[in-house]
Structure formats: structure tokens, C-alpha cells
Design a protein around this ligand. Structure first.
Ligand SMILES: Nc1nc2c(c(=O)[nH]1)N[C@H]1C(S)=C(S)[C@@H](COP(=O)(O)O)O[C@H]1N2
Ligand SMILES: [Mo]
Length: 404
């Protein structure tokens, strides 16, 4: 469905039906015999994301929107209309997309540092990669400690296709790396509020230089010019790394001996022990860990019929491929190896998995546990940390299924 079709459909549906759909409460309301007007209205989509499908999303705020677990489907790629959004600063004005090809990127820390227009970048190279884009706070909603920040469950993630030029190709075109480059740093193109220290607000992240091999400067997502919501006209993609490292509307790329001094790098997105202060010596949220969860049968769709049930979900492991996924219907007491469903879009994409089981009437606790090609096993428990990052606990991601 095109963006225009979606907008048209939303108009036809009107406020109440759309709001109910967005809350996932239509069937609940019917079952209760409640009038739609009695339910709280869903938060509307912000203007820059008005083209998204509200029924597939939970709008936490104008800058934090997640995909419903039941909306992930089972065909690997997450459509743009239902992909999550996370903005640390207000999104830039849509006018930055008016002349996409005139967007400039300043590159430093190379032998011949200079600015390149998007038009020139497009002449240098072209590659397409499928990656999991996931906010490091995905799963924060399962922390009993209720860390501050958006209580995402599983929907601050998606698997998308990016097209652009490899960063290593750009570096080669600029004479190669300068001496002493240890980190790759990307800077977002947001207009910063006046009167504050830019380092306290700028979205600027550094990743270890080894990521250079896989990084892409992308201008297209899922076959469409990159939207403003997802970082158009140009975005840094760091395959296998947590979302925050994938800098939207990138305007500066540098290769340096040390990490950025920006607050979001030095103090934000660190694995801070519970109760401690953030500090640059704590681990940064970089490579994603091995993780999986079940998307269907969707717990929010009500009871399923007794008999054969197809359990399915997604699994990924940052820069590593998935080796195996196991599924439990008894809360982790026993496990069955699931089938990995194609297509395999490479080690940075997620794999669909499926397990067909006979389930008599009853209540089941469905869980999934992934193993990557390096032998890392998705753990039962989360690593406790002050801000609720990196939750890959299979127990936290288990879902209750009622079979009738
Ligand atoms: N310029 C810029 N890049 C950014 C952000 C931002 O606020 N500004 N947010 C980051 C975070 S925390 C995440 S999780 C992802 C979200 O990407 P999405 O909105 O396309 O889903 O973008 C990252 N890149
Ligand atoms: Mo994020």
C-alpha cells in the first residue's frame, strides 16, 4: 500500500475506528459491549509520520513509536509504514528533503578530507544490505525496576533493506584513513537548540573502526527514497549495532583516535549498573546481542483453536548469523528446535523461525531461545542496568497463549 493510499484509508476510517485499531482494542471493546466513545483516544501520529499505519503501531509520544508485536507478520522485511521511530531530538524540517542530491556530508580523518554531495556519493558505489534496526531500549518495558525511558516491549525493532554507498568505498575515494583512526563517528544533522552546549544535545555516536568494513551511507530504504522519519536524505547504517549508532540525516563522518565527547556518547547509552552514575568507562551499546521473540499466534488476538498451531517469530544476533532457534510451550522446561524460514537475507538481518505443534485446550507459556554461529545462547535473564538497555532475556519475552 502506498503512503497516499494509507492516508486515504485513514480518512475513510475516521477517528474512532482508527483509534481503536491503534490501541488493538476493537475486539476487546466488542466483547465488553463497550461503546467506542468510552475508550481513551490513541495518541495521533506526528505530522512527519502521518503516512504510517496507525493500526500497526503504539504511539508512546511524538518521537517514540513502536510496532505492535502482532503486526510484524512473517515475511522478514518490516514495511516502512509500520517500522518504529525513535528521535532523541525533534525531527528536522521536511524541507531538508526538497533537494536531496544537494545534501552534503563532511568527511574528516581521511587523507583528503572534504565535503561530498549526495549526488556525488551516488556515483561512488552502490550496495544493498538487510539489517535489524533496533533501539537498545527495546525490551525495557520488561525490567521490573522500571528504568526511566520509553517502556518498549518488542516493537522498537524492524528488519529493513538499505541501499547506499559503502563507507569503505568513500574512504578509499578520499585517499584512505589518516593515521591513528580508532573510532568512526557520525553526527546527526538536526538543528540544535540555541543557548545550550552543543555537546549536551547533538546526536553524535562513535563505533569501533572495525565496523567500517560493513557500514553504509544509505539513501534508500525498502525500495523508496529514505523518509524524513528514518533519516533521509542520508543515514549511516552500522550493521549489527544498536539503533542509536545508525545516525539519521548524517552531516559529518569522521575517523578519530578517540570517541566523541558528546553527552549521548560519553554518558548516554552505557551499561550503567543499577543505582550508579553514568560514566565513559562503562560499556557503550554497540553490537547487538543474540535475541529472539515470538510474534504469533499473537497473544492479543485472543484464544486460538485447539489442534495444530504454527508458532513463529524472529531471531537475530547483531553481526553474527543465527545458528538455531528453540521454542518452548511450557515456559522453558522443555525445548524443541524450530525451523528457520527463508529467505536468508544475510547475517545482519533477522531470521524467521516456525514450529508446528499440536496443542490441546489449555494455557501455554511460549518462549524462544536463539543460538548464534559463535555459540552464544540467548540467556534466561536480562543484565540489570540503570537505563534498561540490551534486554535479550528469553524469559522476559515469553508470551501466554490460551488454546480453547
Ligand atoms: N540524527 C539522529 N540519528 C538517530 C537518532 C536521533 O535522534 N537523531 N536516534 C537514534 C536512535 S536512539 C535510534 S533507536 C534510531 C531509530 O531509528 P528509526 O527512527 O529510523 O527507527 O535512530 C538513531 N539515530
Ligand atoms: Mo534508540
Amino acid at each position: 500500500m502506498s503512503h497516499d493510499d494509507l492516508i486515504a484509508r485513514r480518512r475513510v476510517l475516521g477517528g474512532a475506528a482508527t483509534a481503536l485499531g491503534a490501541l488493538g482494542l476493537s475486539s476487546w471493546a466488542q466483547a465488553q459491549g463497550a461503546s467506542p466513545a468510552a475508550l481513551p483516544p490513541a495518541k495521533p501520529l506526528p505530522a512527519y509520520a502521518a503516512w504510517k499505519n496507525p493500526a500497526a503501531l503504539v504511539v508512546h509520544s511524538g518521537t517514540t513509536i513502536e510496532t505492535r508485536r502482532s503486526a510484524f507478520g512473517s515475511s522478514v522485511i518490516t514495511p516502512a509504514q509500520q517500522l518504529y521511530i525513535r528521535n532523541n531530538l525533534p525531527a528536522p524540517d521536511a524541507s531538508i528533503l526538497d533537494k536531496r542530491d544537494e545534501w552534503t556530508l563532511e568527511v574528516s580523518g581521511v587523507k583528503q578530507p572534504r565535503s561530498l554531495s549526495l549526488a556525488e556519493l551516488k556515483t561512488l558505489g552502490l550496495e544493498t544490505v538487510a539489517t535489524v534496526l533496533q533501539c537498545s531500549g527495546n525490551g525495557r518495558g520488561f525490567f521490573p525496576s522500571k528504568p526511566s525511558g520509553t517502556p518498549w516491549t518488542v516493537g522498537a525493532a524492524g528488519c529493513v533493506l538499505w541501499s547506499g554507498v559503502p563507507v569503505r568505498t568513500v574512504v578509499a575515494a578520499l585517499g584512505g584513513l589518516a593515521e591513528g583512526a580508532v573510532f568512526l563517528t557520525g553526527t546527526g544533522g538536526e538543528k540544535l537548540p540555541e543557548g545550550v552546549d552543543p555537546l549536551s544535545v547533538v546526536v553524535e555516536r562513535s563505533v569501533p573502526i572495525k565496523a567500517l568494513e560493513d557500514c553504509l551511507l544509505a539513501w534508500e530504504m525498502n525500495g523508496e527514497p529514505l523518509s524524513l522519519a528514518h533519516g533521509g536524505p542520508l543515514r549511516l547504517i552500522v550493521p549489527g549495532y544498536q539503533g542509536v549508532n545508525n545516525i539519521k540525516y548524517i552531516k559529518r563522518l569522521s575517523f578519530d583516535a578517540s570517541e566523541s565527547k558528546a553527552k549521548i556518547m560519553a554518558h548516554g547509552y552505557r551499561m550503567t549498573p543499577p543505582g550508579a552514575q553514568t560514566s565513559p568507562d562503562q560499556a557503550s551499546v554497540w553490537e547487538m546481542n543474540v535475541k529472539s521473540w515470538i510474534n504469533g499466534p499473537a497473544a492479543d488476538a485472543g484464544p486460538v483453536k485447539a489442534g495444530r498451531v504454527q508458532i513463529h517469530g524472529v531471531a537475530f544476533a547483531g553481526t553474527k548469523a543465527i545458528e538455531r532457534v528453540e521454542v518452548s510451550v511450557d515456559g522453558g522446561d522443555s525445548w524443541h528446535t524450530a525451523r528457520l524460514v527463508g529467505p536468508d537475507l544475510g547475517r545482519f538481518a533477522w531470521r524467521q523461525f516456525a514450529l508446528s505443534v499440536q496443542l490441546p485446550a489449555g494455557t501455554y507459556q511460549l518462549a524462544s531461545r536463539a543460538v548464534d554461529t559463535a555459540g552464544n545462547v540467548q540467556p534466561a535473564d536480562r543484565v540489570e542496568n540503570a537505563h534498561g538497555y540490551n534486554n535479550n532475556s528469553w524469559r522476559d519475552h515469553a508470551v501466554k497463549l490460551v488454546v480453547a
